[in-house]
Design a protein around this ligand. Sequence first.
Ligand code: UD2
Ligand code: MN
Length: 593
Amino acid sequence: MIIGRRKFIVKATICGIYVIALLLIAKRVMRISDNFSWNNQSLPSQYSKTNTLRYTNLERYSSWLEEYEAQIIPGLGENGRPANLYGKEKLEAQKVLEEKALNILLSDRISLSRSLPDVRDPLCRNITVGVTSLPTASVIIIFYNEPLSVVLRTITSVLNNSPKEILQEVILVDDASDEDDLQGKLEFYLMKRFDTERVKLIRLPERRGLIRARLKGAKAASGEVLVFLDAHCEVIVQWLEPLLMRIQKKTDAVVMPIIDNISEETLEYYHDNRPEFFQVGGFTWSGDFTWIDIQEKEIVGRKSKIAPVRSPTMAGGLFAINRSYFWKIGSYDEKMDGWGGENLEMSFRIWQCGGSLEVTPCSRVGHIFRNFHPYKFPNDKDTHGINTARLVYVWMDEYKRLFLLHRDEFKDDIEEKIGDITDRVELRKKLGCKGFRWYLENIYPEKFVPDENVIAYGKVKMKERNICLDNLQRDEDKPYDLGVYGCHSRLYPSQLFSLSNAGELRRDEICAVVNLEDVMSRRAKVKMIDCRERGDEKEWILTDSGNLVHASTGLCLDGTGLTPKTDVYVAPCSNVLGQFWQFEFYSDSVTPR
Ligand code: UD2
Ligand code: MN
């Protein structure tokens, strides 16, 4: 009797465990399939391979699709005009915008095939292209938790604006998104609205970061040219042809469109009345990409306003490259994790190993520049910093010292911090690539090297106070007033100044000057302007005691009484502490104070 009861308890426990296990499995299945129940109806073979998709209850997806399409407001955002929602919806949209850095509710209401303005230089319209003679393209779009309607609009605009003859395929690579919308709904939409032979979806089983996601797409591609896009883009008319034409002519040219800005708030496709105005890519010594004006040598040598323009670096997201060349030149550093750094790595590698990086002005693509990244990386890993350190050690030779000035944590225990780089060093050898000095001298001669031909450089600190010269994050595309801020413990670009042998007090390409009219007031601000707009005269003299004297007025740089985030000025020289400055580093010939 007692034994019987025990048996019963054991059996009941086992049953209980089974039930719990079944419930857990069921829960997981429900999550994968967006809470729709399953039956045996399967999707086209390419999807079923990706495993999640033997779901069912297609009617529920159908009603979702109907609802989704019914909420679209005809005419909204048409021709790339700014759009708005009103009342309660506006408030809701604002909240989502603050969380996700993108106005998703508005995007849901705008037609996926809205029209966009033809913002190209009118000369581009005269070019005739025989599309059948062009190489074919595989467009690779990677994404991680991007809003569904934004991804769909990216695909739709590519399909609508690319001639069938040259668009081999669109390859979507999902970097293991966990947003529900990007599971079954995405696949249902693709199946219903697109030709699934042409639009393919690859799901990564786990998050691999954007570099490896792109590699996965590239491996699957069969077009002659690979074209990479972010998942929040819209292309305009004839965007693809100029990219392919250029690559057909020069196989080792890596070609970019002009990247236009689409507002993350109103989805306006921004443009101004100067189609010929655009910028190319530069970099900072701290390892970030920046936009710079077209280089002088490019303007001088250019045959026409719409000819390709060379660019020292690429932003990274939007470019076309011959597929065999992509593999030959070393694709990507697959040990790079997450986000960031791959763009400068590819830029330096392409130039140093014999290729070229160019913008074709007749190709234009809009991109939503978000204010912040709506996603996180596991353990908050600084993938941008680590990836950049990898490229610095492989490609920048002795110039790595400038990156290390900003990031001294990468000075030692390198392998532990950034992983093994042997493969990439081998690649550089195998390809017989040139050095970074060659790159600077030939490709980016105007790049200022903060510790070459200078008297002193680094942070510029006021004597006996923890206050440093600082650009206060002011927009450097136009003149601004030089300020001060608390000295950072590490060197940030905003506090990296140099006093050049030519007497310039400069932050990168921006020089400190004093307006002579302002001097009448005896306490004039210091203006920061493009160094090219300054004359040749010596502007500043550093005295032995640490005064920074403005040469033509004889006034001294003065920070007396200043608090952080205020503007520095020049005043008649006197013995006040605020007129004595210490640079972080002095060149060998000068004795540090
Ligand atoms: C810029 C580039 C971006 C990339 C990055 C540096 C442009 C317009 N954009 O930043 O393409 O080169 O610099 O790395 O030039 N993604 C994943 N997995 C992740 C994180 C992101 O697949 O773990 C996707 C993301 O959904 C997007 C793409 O990668 O489609 C680029 O990411 P982003 O848009 O956040 O980068 P962005 O434009 O700020
Ligand atoms: Mn992007």
